[in-house]
Design a protein around this ligand. Structure first.
Ligand SMILES: [Zn+2]
Length: 510
């Protein structure tokens, strides 16, 4: 098994993950007059280097088809193998001085050794010094006819205007959901992987729009679960610990005014080592999107959330302010937590805040609709609260797990990673440790199964609710940290197809 993002690196324009880039490059390369200096700008993992290598092949291919390299001629094969001296990749971060660029200049005047054109790919070009940029500018003003330059950057703002104006700029954006899905699908089909739809969605969500991240996450999952990746297997992984509290989930909690849930989730993320600044950036993107939608602008994802335009504006201002506090904060999660508290403080939200109470209200209303008399309701409640203590649930917890399993293996796995926390009236409150588990258990069909089993085992009608707990070794279920989780699996399965997994795990985790 190989690391997927390397094995499935796009080799032709048609295989590039981003549709916009595909179209632009195809148009440029179909022309006889191919531009000589490009700027590929975009975030990490958006496919810039892959695209640069494809351009190198396209301009050198002996049998191109509509501008796309054939992948089979001697030139294509040489470049794909990384064996051509005429295609040079330079890292701007480590070759940033004027001497490096002078050296480069000398090479540009030499004719190609075997290919038609020499291609210079300069990564992270914004790292060059001012002097180096000036020297580069002179080359780019009049590049020798046998040369092509592709400058790549994550930070185009740092490139001097004089240089920018010389370049054909192509913007690489974060992947859209469909593009990320297609990219993963290539690997899934190629490797014969089976993956549950929920898990696939989670991978896409966690990739933060990076094709490389998405494929790395899939590699990790295959390492831990094998080629059949089910909800149930994923439930057992600590893999979900960090970053899984998505902007969508936070938005939901924010709308419900569930301050506690948000603060807890942020604690869990921070203790799992998530990059809180990165998460805040994702929140800004997410809520800015919602603001645009709320103002009637049409976007790919038109889903609205229950916040008014004014509320969204206020929340975004708070997020921006939180960004300014990040540098000075000792605790990485604190600026976001302050923003949440501040936002919810100024707001009179629906009187009920936790999911537990909301459910109770719902049930009560349902009962009323069913025309039960008031005394019947109170009778039922009296039984509920009188008969069940949390200790009683704990006692039969094993039986409950066993009884759930025939209905649904995943739910059993999620419950195994949870614990009964308390009983509020007729509601059994479970403490879960991952937002993903909470989401799954609270899905209507799953919740109903748990409640059915509770009734079977306890003999009383009970409701189920989940709260997100903080992950602690001493209290929660036994959960191994992410890296160990994967390495443990590797250790256990030294035989068969998993033989080289240790190596792959090392490549991922260093
Ligand atoms: Zn070719």
């Amino acid at each position: 098994m190989t690391v997927f993002h390397l094995k499935y690196r796009p080799q032709t324009i048609a295989q590039l993950d981003s549709e916009a880039v595909r179209k632009t490059l195809a148009k440029l390369l179909e022309n006889k007059d191919i531009p000589q200096v490009f700027l590929f700008a975009g975030p990490k993992g958006s496919g810039k280097t892959s695209a640069a290598r494809i351009v190198a092949k396209a301009v050198n291919c002996l049998k191109p088809k509509n501008g796309d390299p054939c992948g089979k001629c001697s030139a294509c094969l040489e470049i794909t193998a990384g064996a051509s001296v005429d295609v040079m990749e330079l890292d701007g971060a480590s070759n940033r001085g004027i001497d490096d660029i002078r050296l480069l200049k000398e090479k540009t005047f030499l004719l190609p050794a075997s290919l038609k054109r020499k291609v210079f790919i300069i990564d992270e070009v914004h790292m060059l010094t001012k002097e180096a940029f000036n020297a580069l500018l002179k080359i780019l003003e009049e590049p020798p006819v046998h040369t092509i330059f592709i400058l790549c950057t994550t930070d185009p703002e740092k490139i001097p205007e004089t240089v920018l104006s010389r370049l054909i700029r192509i913007d690489f954006k974060k992947g859209k959901t469909k593009e990320l899905r297609d990219s993963l699908q290539r690997v899934i089909a190629g490797e014969g992987i089976e993956v549950a739809e929920d898990v696939l969605k989670l991978v896409i969500d966690r990739s933060e729009g990076s094709f490389r991240n998405a494929q790395k996450l899939l590699t990790e999952l295959v390492l831990a679960c094998g080629k059949k990746i089910t909800d149930e297997k994923v439930a057992d992984l600590a893999w979900l610990a960090d970053g899984n509290y998505s902007p969508e989930l936070l938005a939901g909690d924010l709308v419900e005014g569930d301050e506690k849930a948000i603060l807890q989730a942020l604690e869990v993320m921070a203790s799992a080592g998530s990059d809180m600044a990165e998460f805040r950036t994702r929140l800004v993107y997410f809520f800015q999107n919602k603001l645009l939608i709320s103002c009637g602008i049409e976007l790919e994802d038109q889903k609205k959330i229950g916040l008014s335009t004014e509320a969204l504006m206020e929340w975004l201002q708070l997020l921006i302010a939180a960004g300014r506090q990040e540098r000075d904060s000792v605790l990485s999660q604190l600026p976001l937590q302050l923003a949440v508290v501040e936002f919810l403080k100024g707001r009179k939200l629906t009187p009920v805040s936790t999911g537990v109470k909301n459910r109770k209200v719902e049930e009560e209303e349902k009962e009323k609709k069913e025309n039960l008399s008031a005394s019947e309701i109170s009778h039922k409640k009296a039984i509920g609260s009188a008969l069940v203590e949390v200790e009683a649930v704990e006692k039969v917890w094993g039986q409950i797990l066993l009884a759930v399993k025939p209905y649904n293996h995943s739910i059993e796995a999620f419950l195994r990673a949870a614990r009964p926390l308390r009983v509020e009236g007729e509601t059994v409150v479970l403490e879960v440790f991952y937002p993903f588990h909470k989401d799954k258990l609270e899905e209507d069909k799953n919740r109903k199964i748990v409640e059915k089993v509770l009734k079977e085992v306890m003999g009383v009608e009970l409701l189920m609710a989940c709260v997100l707990g903080k992950l602690q070794r001493s209290t929660g279920p036994v959960i191994v940290p992410t890296e160990n989780a994967v390495l443990n699996v590797v250790d256990k399965s030294k035989d068969g197809e998993n033989g080289d997994m240790y190596q792959v795990a090392k490549e991922i985790f260093g």
